[in-house]
Unconditional design. Structure first.
Length: 333
């Protein structure tokens, strides 16, 4: 007669305990996995998206697959201001933000609207990657509750004009579309233009109809928006190099453990460096394309421009409480 050999009761006990432990470890592993949503306003060929993609790759690698990133570009989550507000509320994890759009939330963000803030491209890089850049990032973080991880950017701003710009005298009376920030208005008024507010989507038609004579923009966007078709003169003022904030909701940041935070910060810095290089290259390529397509470049006396705007800018910067910060930027070697 065949008999069935039963396992001792203590063996089943160990099997059950082991299975419970494995299940618990599996649950812990799942709980540690993080999926971050990254919204931005760029198309797939922009430095915004290319930088976001690099961040996605880097953070997944640095966290050993513990952190995933879902990229949602082309403004599908709304305008940059709306995405920033989503981050303030903890509804969105990451985004790329124009600091000029968040000055209602952060007075420090106004510093990036000061013309002629950087001596040159190398100075701009040194500011963003150094102690002063970190101080600015931390101040914006404290003021908004949205953490500034690093800085994107790299477009050199020029004057786009429907009339020739042979000298600074040609700026007199120009109806110049610009953002309505105090430093910009003060500087461009001192240079003889008439700063004018106009919605972004109305600029092309405004140039056609003569409602404005020009605007301030980077070569890449001049080309993308075809502004040079109706305003073929580009004055090489290089009065600004754009800065964009790579941001993360403080609520999202606080949910990460220390090793995850380190992975995010390292990925952010490397991705930002890459995105800035992409932007600089795209900017130079776009300027060449503009010339190929009929635009005329005009060299401008930048030193004289800075002399003219110095006093009015100093007054406005003092009113805004940014004198010390502006001086720290100027002192960066």
């Amino acid at each position: 007669m065949l008999t069935t050999r039963t396992q001792p009761r203590h063996v089943f006990k160990h099997l059950i305990t082991g299975a419970t432990l494995i299940a618990a470890l599996g649950a812990t592993s799942l709980a540690q996995a993080v999926e971050l949503r990254f919204g931005h306003g760029g198309t797939e060929d922009t430095a915004y998206h290319l930088g976001a993609t690099r961040f996605q790759e880097l953070v997944e690698d640095k966290s050993d697959g513990d952190i995933g990133v879902q990229i949602m570009g082309n403004s599908v989550l709304g305008h940059e201001t709306e995405m920033f507000e989503q981050q303030m509320a903890g509804a969105l994890d990451l985004s790329i933000i124009n600091p000029g759009l968040i000055t209602d939330f952060s007075s420090t963000a106004n510093v990036f609207s000061i013309p002629f803030l950087y001596r040159d491209q190398e100075h701009w890089q040194a500011v963003l990657d150094g102690d002063v850049g970190r101080e600015i990032a931390d101040r914006i973080t404290d003021e908004t509750g949205v953490k500034v991880l690093a800085f994107f950017g790299g477009g050199k701003r020029q004057i786009v004009s429907s009339r020739p710009l042979e000298s600074l005298d040609d700026l007199q009376g120009m109806k110049l579309r610009t953002n309505p920030t105090k430093p910009l208005i003060a500087a461009w008024s001192a240079l003889g233009t008439e700063p004018t507010v106009m919605a972004w989507k109305e600029i092309y038609t405004g140039l056609q109809l003569g409602a404005i004579d020009g605007l301030l923009n980077e070569a890449e966007w001049i080309h993308r928006m075809r502004f040079h078709e109706v305003a073929p003169h580009i004055g090489l003022s290089e009065h600004d190099i754009t800065v964009r904030l790579l941001t993360m909701s403080q609520m999202s940041w606080d949910r990460l453990d220390e090793s995850q935070q380190q992975a995010v910060m390292e990925a952010a810095r490397e991705a930002a460096s890459y995105a800035r290089q992409v932007q600089l290259e795209q900017d130079a390529e776009a300027l060449e394309l503009l010339v190929e397509e009929g635009a005329t470049l005009h060299e401008l006396d930048r030193e004289r421009m800075q002399e003219i705007v110095s006093e009015p800018l100093t007054e406005v910067v003092e009113e805004m409480g940014l004198t010390e910060l502006r001086q720290k930027i100027a002192n960066v070697e």
